[in-house]
Ligand binder design. Structure first.
Ligand SMILES: Nc1ncnc2c1ncn2[C@@H]1O[C@H](COP(=O)(O)OP(=O)(O)OP(=O)(O)O)[C@@H](O)[C@H]1O
Length: 212
């Protein structure tokens, strides 16, 4: 069976308030989805629900064509949230080694891409020895992006991946996304920026209008 992400009838709420309902989508290997919409319309909630970090009210999220179909979907994805999920007091390289072990397949001890190489890819070559907290906001975001490279996971969920990044780094993010898709991965990115992601599907969140 080919690799495919299938979302059917997904809905979620925040407290008593419905945020979205009945979202259906299918993304094949190499596919991408850009999620857009005004502030507060539910982009982050949607990504967090896909990541298993926020409970769904309804619907299913299935990955087809993976080695172990009984494995939770969350084990096949990387979630890059608003926060970078790195320890400020550890060095950048130590953070990446942690993530490689945490996100790698069971029994897999070596990073998919060595931290130094991942850092070079995001333009932070030679900075692995610095405490994460020493980096600028944009450098911290780039280091968080390197996290996606050190352990291969086929689905990337990216919430505002270009937050704090300069224009050149936005092109770097586009290249990372293109590389992941070319390797058969799937990318879902929520963004306010006009990212160049060729052939991407789009989902515009509009918020949930309660009938009068
Ligand atoms: N932790 C929370 N507790 C309660 N309500 C929340 C929480 N986080 C978000 N919300 C509400 O859920 C709705 C959707 O928020 P969400 O963060 O998903 O939107 P968004 O489209 O990602 O916004 P932005 O573009 O500002 O990042 C908003 O009305 C927000 O107030």
């Amino acid at each position: 069976m080919p690799f495919r992400l299938r979302v059917d009838g997904l809905g979620a709420s925040r407290g008593e308030d419905p945020i979205f309902r009945a979202i259906c989508l299918v993304l094949d290997a190499g596919g991408a989805l850009l999620v857009t919409g005004r502030n507060g319309t539910g982009k982050s909630t949607f990504l967090r629900t896909l990541a298993g970090l926020h409970p769904a009210d309804s619907g299913t999220i299935l990955l087809e064509g993976i080695a172990d179909p009984t494995a939770p979907v969350r084990e096949s994805l990387h979630y890059l949230g608003h926060r970078n999920a790195m320890k400020r007091d550890l060095t950048v390289a130590e953070n990446l080694v942690f993530w490689a072990r945490f996100s790698g397949r069971p029994g897999e001890t070596d990073p998919t891409v060595p931290p130094d190489a991942a850092l070079a890819t995001v333009g932070l070559g030679g900075l692995g020895h610095l405490p994460f907290g020493y980096l600028s906001a944009g450098q911290q975001r780039r280091a968080a992006l390197a996290r996606l490279l050190v352990a291969h996971r086929p689905v990337w969920l990216m919430d505002e991946p270009t937050a704090a990044l300069d224009t050149a780094s936005e092109r770097m993010v586009e290249a990372l996304i293109a590389g992941h898709r070319a390797a058969g991965g799937i990318v879902i990115a929520a963004t306010h920026q006009a990212l160049d992601v060729p052939g991407a599907q789009t989902l515009t969140m509009s918020g949930f209008a309660v009938p009068a």
